[in-house]
Design a protein. Structure first.
Length: 582
């Protein structure tokens, strides 16, 4: 266990400012409890308005959404520059920093640390003079109010906390692209309104027991525009250095073993897909940071680390944010010629030193599996393999002009594009015989179990030139726009978090019309009699493909596909690409 004296010291250090804050009514329940507890959501409501009343020139409290259970979603806007609206921030050229806590509402130190950091920042002129902070104390509000003592069994404190998912049992940190949850749709509205340069997502990790107490992960670092990668590395390393200087043991990667529960397997770094926060902001040409304190550290320690992280983030943005904003604006102006849809981590390894504890791995008489047991009284250095060479796995050329979404899908796809802020226009006239690129699937593998309420689909196939009629009411999504890469990840059918990958175009890959076997038998005999070449092809397939030969359905489909009754739209992905604006 973490030494009791150290826990008390941390609680006293964090609580030192509570008496002064109490005079303004800006202290939190967490502070008053010595960081043994965290407050309920009505405290967020109260503090949001109290901060605005205490600092009327520098803080605004605003409601940006409503949860499915009817609770308000509050955000605080803070700046000592006087720019408290998006328009004022834009006129002043100020970078906007979005910090969110409680996307997983059991991992709640972001809320308590954020209020503490904001109070201290407002007490002195400094970083908030050079940026606008948008602080969302709790993103998953309904989950926050599913309050209980055992909602995080792998975590040391607070005494009670919220739940990981929303009232609809959706994991918001899997929802950035598909945006199913009303909470996520509200968050995307906040993002569209403020266009934050940097976004910070505050979490607590699960996992093994070790000495490292926080991980700071940023994109763009491995992916994205070169200038933004440089900015991302600078930001990440600057925050890590600030934390280390204050005694923290930070990591630049997510400390999850390659083989669960086996430290010897080491670690693997990745580029997060855009269902996750920092992977999503990467596609917007913005900087995203995932902060993960370690669940086995006591709550006072985690709050202190998170507060220090918020301070370091604000300091970095104050000093370098304007330059980063110029790099982001330049990226917005560039029209992409290609996009990396998927990344892979190679098998290449290097050895790293990692601060762990002595451990044993022995068969368990409970589970029957090898079980790892850690001894926190014996710190030791682990020398472990690290796989962190990352390279593109799937690269797709961008369409020269853009995408066409047919009228029959325009309503729901248009709604989804609008939620993200992707620009599109509606065709008022039909286009007949339009040259396009169409994607025909050669394989569709649907998951057996649902994920976040969807049957995910892995779609394979190719784009090829075709001529198709496009009805009036269809959508044209131009590639020449700031969110072009995000649009590609939504509309390319084999991108990992595309609409198609989440099963939203599933009907395009379902056969609806069929031929009775006795009819297919007759069709087959007629085709074989009429074509010697077809007879040879059928015989070769029987000879060379045992699975085909053993399947009556596949053998009849061989002939059905060559009949005029075959549905030419089967496995045709509805979205098209065009080289010229229609």
């Amino acid at each position: 266990m973490f030494p009791l004296a150290r826990c008390l010291s941390l609680a006293l250090t964090l609580g030192a400012a509570t008496a002064a804050a109490a005079a303004d009514g800006l202290s939190t329940h967490a502070e008053r409890s010595g960081f043994a507890q965290t407050g309920r959501y009505d405290e967020v409501d109260r503090l949001c308005h109290d901060f605005a009343r205490a600092h009327p020139r520098h803080v605004r409290c605003g409601r940006f959404g409503t949860t499915p259970q009817g609770r308000p979603m509050w955000a605080l806007v803070a700046s000592q520059s006087g720019a408290l609206t998006p328009e004022a921030a834009h006129r002043a050229g100020l970078p906007v920093t979005l910090i969110q806590g409680g996307i997983h509402a059991g991992e709640i130190e972001g809320k308590d640390a954020g209020f503490l950091a904001l109070r201290e920042q407002l007490a002195r002129p400094g970083a908030l003079k050079h940026q606008v902070l948008v602080f969302v104390p709790v993103f998953n509000v309904d989950g926050h109010e599913r309050f209980g003592a055992w909602n995080r069994p792998n975590q040391r404190g607070p005494e009670q906390m919220g739940w990981r998912t929303t009232a609809q049992n959706l994991n918001l940190n899997r929802d950035y692209m598909k945006a199913d949850a009303p909470e996520m749709q509200a968050m995307l509205g906040l993002v569209r309104t403020w266009d934050p340069l940097v976004m910070v997502d505050l979490h607590t990790t699960d996992g093994a027991q070790f000495e490292h107490d926080i991980a700071i992960m940023v994109e763009p670092v491995h992916a994205g525009e070169p200038a933004l990668r440089t900015a991302g590395i600078t930001w990440r390393d600057g925050v890590i250095a600030a934390l280390a200087a204050q005694g923290a043991l930070p990591l630049p990667f997510y400390p999850s073993f390659v083989e669960s529960d086996n430290p010897a397997s080491g670690f693997m770094d990745t580029v997060p897909t855009p269902r996750f926060s920092q992977g999503y902001f990467l596609l917007r040409n913005r900087l995203g940071m995932l902060v993960e304190t370690h669940s086995w550290r006591p709550y006072p320690h985690r709050v202190r680390l998170t507060r220090q992280t918020v301070d370091a983030v604000l300091d970095q943005v104050a000093r370098l944010g304007r330059a980063w904003r110029r790099a982001a604006d330049a990226a917005d102006r560039r029209v992409p010629t290609e996009a990396v849809l998927a990344w892979r981590t190679t098998s290449e390894t290097r050895e790293i030193e990692f601060r762990g504890y002595a451990y044993t791995r022995m068969p368990s008489d409970i589970s029957g599996a090898l079980m790892t047991r850690y001894d926190e009284t014996q710190p030791e250095i682990w020398r472990l393999p690290m796989r962190d060479r990352i390279e593109p796995e799937r690269v797709r050329a961008a369409p020269r002009a853009g995408y066409l979404v047919p009228a029959e899908h325009a309503a729901w796809v248009g709604e989804k594009l609008a939620q993200h802020g992707v620009r599109f226009e509606r065709l008022t006239q039909a286009r007949v015989g339009l040259p396009v690129q169409a994607f025909r699937a050669t394989g569709v593998k649907t998951d057996a179990a649902s994920t976040e309420g969807h049957q995910r689909a892995a779609v394979t196939g190719t784009w090829a030139d075709e001529t198709r009629d496009v009805p009036a009411g269809s959508l044209f999504v131009p590639i020449a726009q700031p969110l072009a890469t995000l649009a590609m990840h939504l509309l390319e059918p084999d991108a990992p978090d595309a609409l198609a990958s989440w099963g939203r175009f599933a009907t395009a890959f379902e056969a609806k019309e069929y031929m009775e076997p006795y009819v297919a038998e007759q069709v087959a005999r007629e085709q074989l009699a009429a074509s010697p070449a077809l007879r040879e092809a059928f015989a070769a397939r029987l000879r060379d493909d045992a699975a085909f030969a053993a399947s009556p359905a596949a053998r009849l489909a061989f002939f059905h596909r060559r009949h005029p009754s075959w549905d030419e739209r089967y496995h045709l992905y509805p979205v098209l690409r065009v080289d010229q604006q229609p």
